[in-house]
Design a protein around this ligand. Structure first.
Ligand SMILES: Cc1cc2nc3c(=O)[nH]c(=O)nc-3n(C[C@H](O)[C@H](O)[C@H](O)COP(=O)(O)OP(=O)(O)OC[C@H]3O[C@@H](n4cnc5c(N)ncnc54)[C@H](O)[C@@H]3O)c2cc1C
Length: 391
């Protein structure tokens, strides 16, 4: 049987020269990527997202940041950036897979051997699909004030409480959540990181319809939910440190310039469609936004490089989160302004796809909230960099 020359056969991609790695992945995407995955302004979710990830997995292109010993591609940061650039070039939809980006790396770092064996392969083949249960109705920015309780009973914990804004919880098979296992003077203590199956009796999921009309996130109620104690990741009471251990990668992911690039392409198309590309006002706005995008890209590369050295560039990550998400918003606001009365209904052709300006605008709004709001990032920077006092 002949081997598909574009298929990764388990080789060490980091040993490849950058241009060769880029060419290989580009060729694979051209040959294998289904048309409905090439819709940059759309979020791929549910069954379709899983099918796409399974295709990547079968061909060895899944989990680019995971070490090869755990079934990933083991890419270094420069290669990861190339991987991301090629997804962008091929106009691939952005897909959230919290098992891959959040839980997997946490288990590699802090999980037990049994947890790694049980969960990592099921993340890779998408048998398990994870959501994150951190936020509560009165604990978002001040997450350490969370109140969902977990009480020990024999070899189990019994969980009671409510989470909110759990993205894609309605389609998830599992959840990793933060629960309070004791009340201590310092509220960050006594929090535990635990894993649960969404089908466990006592878990009720209620989708919330957002302003764009989508049911991306949910309220999740926990009513006497029994979870084995072996599902605790890290030590009981030390879940705060477990959840913080991956914050850097999360902010880097959110700080990727990809959303802005998609919006810039749509803005460009809008200029063409409206016949205003050559006008001074459009050209000025375009030039300003392009320069800002360049700055975000530089900050992204530099932050990724430092993170790749095993350091934790917290200030840069906060700056990147602010810069990338606020730029994304500025581009979509410019699109709305230019589209005028057509903005709320307008579809703009972008390559073989079309972009609903209103949809893109809506996608940009929450980006300055999730993963730590802009205000909170500015507070962090004012304390760490400017040495200003707390509140
Ligand atoms: C699209 C989306 C997806 C999400 N997905 C998930 C998920 O999968 N799992 C999950 O657990 N959570 C999720 N979240 C929740 C998210 O983490 C919280 O919304 C976020 O932490 C903010 O918390 P909050 O909504 O309670 O707002 P609050 O903390 O109540 O803040 C309200 C406003 O006050 C500001 N503010 C708060 N404190 C301060 C302060 N000290 N100084 C200055 N300003 C302040 C904030 O910046 C914000 O503008 C998601 C949110 C969104 C929008």
């Amino acid at each position: 049987m002949s081997v598909d020359p574009c298929t990764n056969t388990g080789e060490d991609f980091d040993a490849l020269p950058d241009h060769e790695f880029r060419a290989r992945f580009r060729r694979w995407l051209e040959q294998h990527c289904p048309a409905d995955v090439r819709r940059p302004a759309h979020r791929l979710r549910g069954q379709r997202a899983r099918e796409w990830f399974r295709l990547l997995y079968r061909h060895g292109w899944r989990a680019p940041a995971w070490p090869r010993e755990h079934g990933g591609m083991g890419l270094s940061i420069p290669k990861l950036i190339i991987y991301d650039e090629e997804l962008d070039r091929a106009q691939i939809s952005r897909t959230v897979d919290m098992g891959e980006t959040h839980l997997g790396p946490t288990l590699m770092k802090l999980g037990t051997e049994e947890q790694r064996r049980l969960y990592l392969p099921s993340i890779l083949n998408c048998e398990h699909w994870w959501c994150q249960g951190y936020s509560e109705p009165n604990s978002g920015s001040d997450l350490a004030s969370l109140k969902t309780r977990a009480e020990k009973e024999g070899d189990d914990f019994i969980i009671n409480g409510q989470k909110i804004w759990s993205s894609f919880a309605a389609e998830a098979t599992h959840v990793f959540l933060l629960v309070r296992t004791s009340t201590e003077a310092v509220k960050q203590r006594g929090i535990t990181f635990i894993l649960a199956e969404m089908s466990t009796p006592g878990i009720t999921v209620k989708p919330i319809i957002n302003l764009a009309g989508d049911d991306d996130f949910c309220e999740v109620f926990y009513d006497n939910v029994r979870v084995p104690a072996r599902n605790v990741v890290g030590r009981v009471g030390e879940g705060w440190a477990v959840s913080r251990s991956l914050l850097g990668m999360e902010r880097l992911f959110i700080g990727s310039p990809r959303n802005s690039q998609i919006a810039m392409r749509a803005l460009h198309s809008l200029g063409e469609v409206l016949g205003i590309s050559g006008e001074r006002a459009f050209a000025t706005a375009w030039a300003e936004l392009s320069l800002e995008l360049h700055a975000v890209q530089c900050l992204y590369r530099e932050t990724a490089r430092v993170l790749g050295q095993g350091l934790n560039p917290e200030n840069e990550l906060s700056m990147l989160k602010i810069a990338a998400t606020e730029h994304f918003q500025r581009v979509t606001e410019a699109m709305m302004d230019l589209a005028g009365e057509y903005g709320p209904i307008g579809e703009v052709p972008v390559g073989s796809d079309s972009v609903d300006i209103r949809q893109l605008y809506m996608l940009a709004r929450p980006a300055t909230i999730y993963g730590g709001s802009s205000e909170i990032q500015r507070n962090i920077l004012s304390r760490r960099m400017l040495k200003l006092p707390n509140d």
